[in-house]
Design a protein around this ligand. Structure first.
Ligand code: AMP
Length: 147
């Protein structure tokens, strides 16, 4: 891979990060009802879960919520306000640690449309989306990075 592009991307990584303050998220103490509202109003199907210290816990999506309240013959919607996000959160979703390399980013973006970035204290810094990375790559192909 083009080393200049790789270096440029890694040095300017913060330019590609959607900061935590702009990312729709829920807290592990929130209910599934609140989470479904956030997912529905934002139009996203997967969002990060944080604790009240802004530490990253995992991800939650529509499918995991509906699966959790699935009865034998119907969806038990009445359970949504009772169940907490902590009981449903996907904890083993991959994350990027601050200082991640472009190669790691590209590899992870093959399978995931976006990834959360955390610092050494596991604080949530924001997300990097496949769209932003591909836009940068497309730009570099048309305007190669020079020394
Ligand atoms: P995009 O490439 O902009 O369509 O984003 C890809 C995915 O990243 C979306 O489907 C969302 O799951 C997630 N995403 C992008 N922007 C945000 C945001 N501001 N808050 C939460 N999730 C986001």
């Amino acid at each position: 891979m083009n080393h200049l592009l790789k270096e440029e991307f890694e040095v300017n990584m913060s330019d590609y990060l959607i900061p935590a303050s702009k990312v729709a998220h829920v807290f592990e103490e929130n209910s599934l009802e609140h989470t479904l509202l956030v997912l529905t109003t934002t139009g996203y199907t997967l969002i990060p879960v944080l604790d009240y210290d802004n530490k990253y816990i995992g991800m939650i999506n529509n499918a995991s919520i509906i699966n959790h309240v699935m009865g034998i013959e119907r969806i038990l919607f009445e359970q949504l306000p009772e169940v907490k996000v902590a009981d449903v959160v996907i904890r083993d979703y991959p994350v990027l640690r601050e200082g991640f390399t472009f190669d790691v980013l590209l590899k992870q973006l093959i399978d995931h449309s976006f990834l959360c970035v955390v610092n050494d204290q596991n604080e949530f810094m924001g997300i990097v989306t496949r769209r932003v990375a591909l836009k940068r790559l497309a730009k570099a192909i048309h305007q190669p990075v020079t020394q």
